[in-house]
Design a binder for this molecule. Structure first.
Ligand SMILES: NC(=O)c1ccc[n+]([C@@H]2O[C@H](COP(=O)([O-])OP(=O)(O)OC[C@H]3O[C@@H](n4cnc5c(N)ncnc54)[C@H](O)[C@@H]3O)[C@@H](O)[C@H]2O)c1
Length: 259
């Protein structure tokens, strides 16, 4: 149940990729802290069901069906937030797609799709959000979901790695450009997290069972991360408790990038 003194009380937040995995867990967590939400995703039924779940718990949320790879969809989603709630305090660009293939086997349209969703989506959203946030007395906070693969490479995912590396540097570059204008920008870098995306990734491997077993033990903490653990880190990064934190790429990876 959201409380009036929640860590995000009074804040209006947009979360992309909100219908599943890390985005869904973040939506539930932000709502509990009092945020009013615009939840954006391509998956309409799951997004609407999440809105009902949040509302039944006393929270406030709207769903908007978008493809974040399209500029106009990003603008529509952000406009809805300002129209409904009167401000845009938090933008969490979390939607992403994977491409578990070697570069030589990757088709043009597959490469375009990953770059559109993972890189151009956050670029479009941030470009539209920043002028809104700059005009607000309280500024704003932007968070991108990058990945540990934006910090260290992994095999068989060069396009995905390139996209996530771009997002890490986008966060840092925007943090520098807008620090003096009241906007903090950070990147969340999940490790291997138990979400539908990870299941799809494992299923695409030659031996899915072996791949799954390897993921489960690859991180020093000896297990997969959970969407809820990522949501806790996301909450902290967008909350006032992180008021002096900008330009950071925060691994939530059970120690993976410490190796
Ligand atoms: N699961 C992991 O191990 C892991 C690790 C590192 C980074 N990530 C990143 O975390 C983010 C969330 O992934 P997840 O693991 O929760 O996966 P997920 O598949 O559970 O959720 C991703 C969500 O994004 C939505 N989405 C995809 N393309 C979209 C588009 N064009 N427009 C709007 N919504 C779209 C999907 O419908 C889905 O609801 C992604 O950016 C992903 O790259 C995940």
């Amino acid at each position: 149940m959201p409380t009036a003194d929640g860590r995000l009380a009074g804040k209006a937040a947009v979360i992309t990729g909100a219908a599943s995995g890390i985005g869904r867990a973040s939506a539930l967590r932000f709502a509990r802290e009092g945020a009013r939400l615009v939840l954006a995703d391509t998956q309409g039924a799951a997004g609407e069901a999440l809105v009902r779940e949040i509302e039944q718990a006393g929270g406030t949320a709207r769903f908007v069906c978008v493809d974040v790879g399209r500029r106009a969809d990003n603008e529509r989603m952000l406009g809805l937030c300002v129209e409904r709630y009167g401000s845009l305090d938090i933008l969490f660009c979390n939607a992403g797609v994977n491409l578990p293939k070697e570069l030589t086997g990757s088709a043009d349209d597959e490469i375009d799709r990953v770059l559109d969703v993972n890189v151009k989506g956050p670029l479009y959203a941030a470009r539209h959000a920043i002028p809104i946030m700059v005009r607000q007395a309280a500024g704003g906070v932007i968070l991108f979901t990058a990945s540990k693969t934006g910090l260290v490479a992994q095999t068989d995912s060069p396009v995905y790695c390139a996209s996530k590396g771009a997002v890490v540097l986008l966060a840092k570059a925007l943090a520098l450009d807008y620090a003096a204008r009241g906007i903090r920008v950070n990147a969340l870098c999940p490790g291997i997290i138990d979400t539908p995306m990870l299941h799809q990734f494992a299923d695409a491997m030659p031996d899915p069972a072996a791949a799954w077993a390897a993921y489960s033990t690859a991180q020093p903490l000896g297990r997969l991360g959970t969407p809820e653990e990522c949501a806790e880190a996301a909450l902290w990064l967008v909350s006032p408790e992180a008021s002096f934190v900008t330009g950071v790429a925060l691994p939530v990876d059970g120690g993976f990038t410490a190796m």
